[in-house]
Design a protein. Structure first.
Length: 493
């Protein structure tokens, strides 16, 4: 009997015996959940033997996943959150089993150190939380987000081909959703009132949908730039048009603005002005907040409760936005003002991750109240930067701003430093995506969601990989991929 056959026979005997033991224990203790253990063990073993496959499956399911609530207090995203947990366990175990697979240079990269610092501060914020249970849940979820989308890619993205596969899976899956949504939306007349139904159940609303879709646009442009065959460029050109049409009919003002800022950021990176623009944006934002707060100037911009309504026609929606009579815009002001007023009472450690809803209403100003201010959905402040300072204190916000600034710096620096066209294009694409994420998270709070948070952390991991590769002076890829016809579609993430 050969070695492979002996191994298979031994594994079968082990799992069969384990299964029988689990049944006996569950029957003896009258706890039938013990039967799940051998199945979970088999799943872990299968994943161990096919780690990259599990990771790529996770990326494929990101746009396809949907929210499911087991109870009023317990919900998850199916199936990607289960795959995140599995991926995290697999790669952390593999890292512990073979510590040398990730170099010290990579482990101690400045971006990764900044991420560690931000995570440690989140742990401190949890200790001072006003609701320890929900904050602890947040911290656990954050752990497997970082493990699955930062640490695992450091091992998986060892070649250009693996990066291309990742981009193809995420973009292809998202485009499938976009095409499906367009068809469903067309059946209802492509109206603003029905867009949320068209993107369900994969996205909670058109804002989440458009935020992920707009981030796929620069990826598609990068694919087209790197494609070698003319007919492939033509096909990708058509795909880009479809994506832009889907983005237009998403009726999401934030995503449209993000697209325009993304185009501007392309020019800023070329001119080495992206970091300067980022710092300027922070200064202007802080100055605007202090100006509005001084002498209670913000009260002059209070809306009329009676005229602030939801509009079913998008044209009316845009006009109402301009006149501050759109309910979503007005409700943002209501929560932003409450959020800013919250800071002074817990500026150091914040109120604790995931606790905004529990604490904000006493700080709200009635003059800005809208007819949806009862907030039955328990949604948050709709600005990730403000949410961070509320829940994690000023140090938490500063660490996030520095981390984001560091990522923008590396994207710009690598674009001008790296000679390899693939990694150079990857760097500028990441820079564009990051500016888009800044825009959508200035109007929403999506970094902690599976679909947008995953893109943010993948960008961080890719910047580390490109920097290590470029700094070493050698390519991660040891073979010439241009000779491999299977890699003609040169996508980047």
């Amino acid at each position: 009997m050969n070695t492979v056959a002996k191994k298979s026979k031994a594994l079968f005997a082990f799992f069969a015996g384990f299964f029988v033991l689990a049944i006996a224990v569950s029957a003896f203790l009258d706890q039938y959940l013990f039967i799940v253990i051998p199945f979970a063990t088999i799943l872990f073993y299968a994943g161990w033997e096919n780690r990259n496959t599990i990771f790529f499956l996770l990326l494929l399911t990101l746009p396809l996943s949907f929210e499911y609530n087991f109870s009023s207090t317990l919900g998850t995203d199916i199936p990607d959150e289960f795959l995140m947990l599995l991926t995290s366990c697999l790669f952390l175990a593999y890292w512990l089993f073979s510590p040398g697979v990730v170099s010290k240079k990579m482990r101690c990269h400045p971006l990764l150190l900044l991420l560690y610092a931000a995570f440690v501060w989140q742990m401190i914020a949890v200790l001072f939380s006003t609701n320890l249970l929900v904050s602890t849940k947040f911290l656990l979820a954050k752990t497997w987000y970082i493990s699955a989308f930062v640490l695992a890619p450091l091992l998986v993205f060892s070649t250009k081909k693996s990066i291309k596969i990742a981009a193809q899976l995420v973009a292809g899956s998202m485009l499938f959703i976009a095409a499906t949504a367009l068809i469903r939306h067309a059946n209802s007349g492509l109206s603003f009132a029905t867009i949320n139904d068209a993107v369900a159940p994969f996205f909670r609303n058109h804002v989440n949908y458009s935020a992920m879709l707009v981030c796929m646009v620069p990826v598609l442009f990068a694919c087209r730039k790197l494609a070698e065959r003319g007919n492939l460029k033509w096909v990708l050109g058509v795909v880009i048009v479809i994506a832009l049409v889907a983005l237009f009919f998403s009726y999401a003002r934030g995503a449209w603005l993000a697209l325009m800022i993304g185009i501007l950021s392309y020019w800023l990176i070329k001119k080495k002005l992206l970091v300067v623009a980022y710092i300027s944006f922070i200064i202007v934002t802080i100055a605007a907040v202090f100006w509005l707060k001084s002498n209670d100037r913000y009260l002059h911009y209070a809306h009329d409760y009676q005229t602030t309504i939801f509009h079913k026609e998008f044209k009316e929606h845009l006009i109402a936005t301009y006149k501050l009579r759109d309910v979503s815009t007005a409700e943002r002001f209501y929560r932003w003002i409450a959020g800013v007023r919250m800071i002074k009472d817990s500026w150091l450690t914040g109120y604790g991750p995931n606790t905004f809803y529990d604490n904000y209403k006493p700080y709200a100003v009635p003059a800005f109240k809208t007819w949806v201010s009862n907030n039955k959905e328990h949604s948050t402040v709709h600005n990730y930067f403000l949410l961070t300072v509320i829940e994690q204190g000023v140090p938490g916000l500063l660490l996030f701003i520095i981390l984001l600034g560091g990522m923008l710096y590396y994207a710009q620096k690598l674009y001008h430093r790296v000679q390899d066209i693939f990694y150079r294009t990857t760097a500028i694409t990441i820079g564009i995506i990051l500016t888009m994420l800044i825009v959508v998270n200035f109007l929403s709070d999506l970094i902690e969601t599976d679909k947008i948070g995953s893109l943010f952390f993948l960008c961080l991991s890719l910047l580390i990989i490109i920097d290590i590769n470029a700094g070493s002076g050698t390519s991660i890829v040891q073979t010439d991929e241009r000779s491999d016809p299977s890699t003609d579609v040169q996508c980047i993430s």
